[in-house]
Design a protein around this ligand. Structure first.
Ligand code: LFR
Length: 494
């Protein structure tokens, strides 16, 4: 067995991270090698990604990593958030700059699309949540607002797949990211022709599917000449970051398990062997996302730490110089507002905004006036924990299963206060880590593809043996149950 030096490129809404992974004595050693910031770029009220800068950061990170590891990195793979795409002209040139999924152009399109095909008709094909940022709604909005663009587009390619192509990979749509476009038929396992027809979208722009683990090319000569590095093979992994993250859940692979993949979003779900596509699961807001090795993530998006990231961004613009961990720590200590809740999934929290003001307004609507920034952090944090409980209750109801514990993976798993509150509200032990689940899952999948690891089971065993996993036991059951009942009343009234 080789030691398999592999480079993972993991792109998130607030930053990109590159990791090198090495397999040593049955353990995965993970080395962070490059980091950069990412953000929404607003131009004339439209939201974009700074796509070419992201590409450049990947190249610089690759060159840096190869130098640090004496040119021994032999494979690379890219994952990112989902939904967003580039449209390519006949000769493969990108048309315009890719939009950011939070762009306001999709507003109202979820409901309007039901006039083109009824909601359950769509759900029984795609099995997805109905969220305004999905690819299908962007395309519908684009077709209405900017029809010329779709008119000349020959191909649609998702962000991480396009970045891989620019490095030298062939063009494709990786399965996990295609599956969440709301245009992919999960049952027939192909692009859904009837939905595309009903929406009046061109069939021909959708690409062939490849699966995680497939070798898709190698770093092209123009790139290695520019960077003065050796080449490496490029692999498809779960292009959708959440699919890659769940590969690194340190759960026993033969069991279905509960998780929260916690970053900008909190993805609350269970890995199941089969999708649940009933009218009830649709009504309760669940989707079925394609996973690596065709596993199924039964999942509900909760707005997550985005709310606090946006608050901190605004406070720092006001010159306050807060840091995330410090705020959470202070919020855990205050008293006086622990029965005040908002619904973290209120539509008003979705787009970039003056978040402290929006949240304060929502809190006032509940009859309480926040007295400090820390109270805002406190109320958002406990509302998130309650929302987790609400979603987990629904998962247990819809699957008919009681799960013994909850795994929290991703960067958000470092929020000690939120982890403890989650254990308390759920009355379940919470196991946290790894924080870099997405990067690690990306690397583990490359190793499976390269034949260094056998399967997902072996990958998860290695992950569990290599990572620091911390357990939070629930405390104070009775009080938290009372608070949770109050939260339920508050969100039902809304
Ligand atoms: C997490 C994530 C979620 C997806 C959201 C938007 O980074 O990929 O899974 O719903 O971003 O793409």
């Amino acid at each position: 067995k080789t030691n398999g030096l592999a480079l993972a490129v993991d792109l998130g809404a607030s930053g990109g991270k590159l990791f090198v992974g090495e397999l040593k004595d049955g353990k995965a050693e993970i080395y962070p090698v490059h980091k950069f910031k990412n953000k929404i770029v607003l131009a004339q009220g439209k939201a974009y990604w700074d796509f070419l800068r992201i590409f450049d950061e990947i190249k610089m990170g690759y060159a840096h990593a190869q130098r640090e590891f004496d040119g021994r990195i032999t494979s690379l793979a890219i994952d990112s958030w989902c939904n967003d795409y580039a449209l390519l002209s006949e000769h493969g040139t990108m048309i315009g700059s890719p939009r950011n999924y939070r762009d306001s152009r999709t507003f109202g399109w979820v409901e309007r699309s039901f006039g083109l095909m009824p909601q359950y008709e769509v759900y029984r094909r795609t099995g997805q949540q109905f969220q305004r940022f999905e690819t299908s709604y962007h395309l519908l909005a684009e077709k209405e607002q900017d029809p010329d663009i779709l008119g000349i587009a020959k191909e649609l390619i998702f962000i991480p797949d396009y970045l891989a192509h620019l490095l030298g990979a062939k063009k494709y749509s990786e399965y996990t990211i295609a599956s969440v476009s709301n245009l992919y038929n999960l049952v027939r396992n192909e692009w859904d022709r009837e939905i595309l027809d009903a929406y009046g979208l061109p069939q021909k722009i959708f690409m062939p599917i490849v699966y995680a683990g497939e070798k898709v090319g190698e770093i092209a000569k123009d790139v290695t000449d520019e960077l003065q590095t050796p080449s490496a093979e490029i692999y498809a992994v779960g292009s959708h970051d959440t699919a890659s993250a769940v590969v690194a859940a340190p759960a026993a692979d033969d069991e279905e398990f509960l998780f929260i993949s916690s970053g900008t979003w909190s993805l609350v779900g269970a890995e199941l062997r089969h999708p649940i596509m009933t009218e009830e699961s649709m009504r309760l807001g669940f989707g079925n996302e394609g996973g690596v090795m065709r596993r199924n993530r039964f999942i509900c998006n909760v707005m997550g730490l985005w709310i606090l990231q946006e608050c901190v961004r605004m406070w720092n613009l006001q010159g306050k110089a807060y840091d995330f961990a410090g705020l959470a720590e202070e919020a855990s200590k205050i008293v006086g507002c622990d029965m005040v809740f908002i619904d973290p999934d209120d539509e008003r929290l979705f787009e970039p905004a003056n978040m402290p003001e929006v949240v304060a307004q929502m809190i006032k609507e509940k009859g309480y006036t926040p007295r400090s920034d820390i109270e805002i952090v406190r109320i958002v944090t406990q509302s998130l924990a309650c929302k987790y409980r609400y979603v987990v209750d629904n998962i247990e109801y819809l699957t008919g299963k009681k799960f013994p514990c909850l795994h929290i993976i991703g960067g958000g798993s470092q929020n000690v206060f939120l982890n403890q509150l989650t254990a308390n509200y759920l009355h379940k032990p919470v196991k946290t880590g790894p924080a870099d689940a997405t990067g690690i899952g990306n690397i583990l999948t490359q190793w499976i593809g390269r034949g260094i690891l056998k399967d997902l089971k072996e990958a998860r065993e290695i992950c569990a043996a290599s990572c620091d996993i911390r357990t939070y036991q629930p405390v104070g059951d009775e009080a938290f149950e009372r608070h949770y009942q109050k939260f339920l009343k508050d969100i039902k009234k809304a």
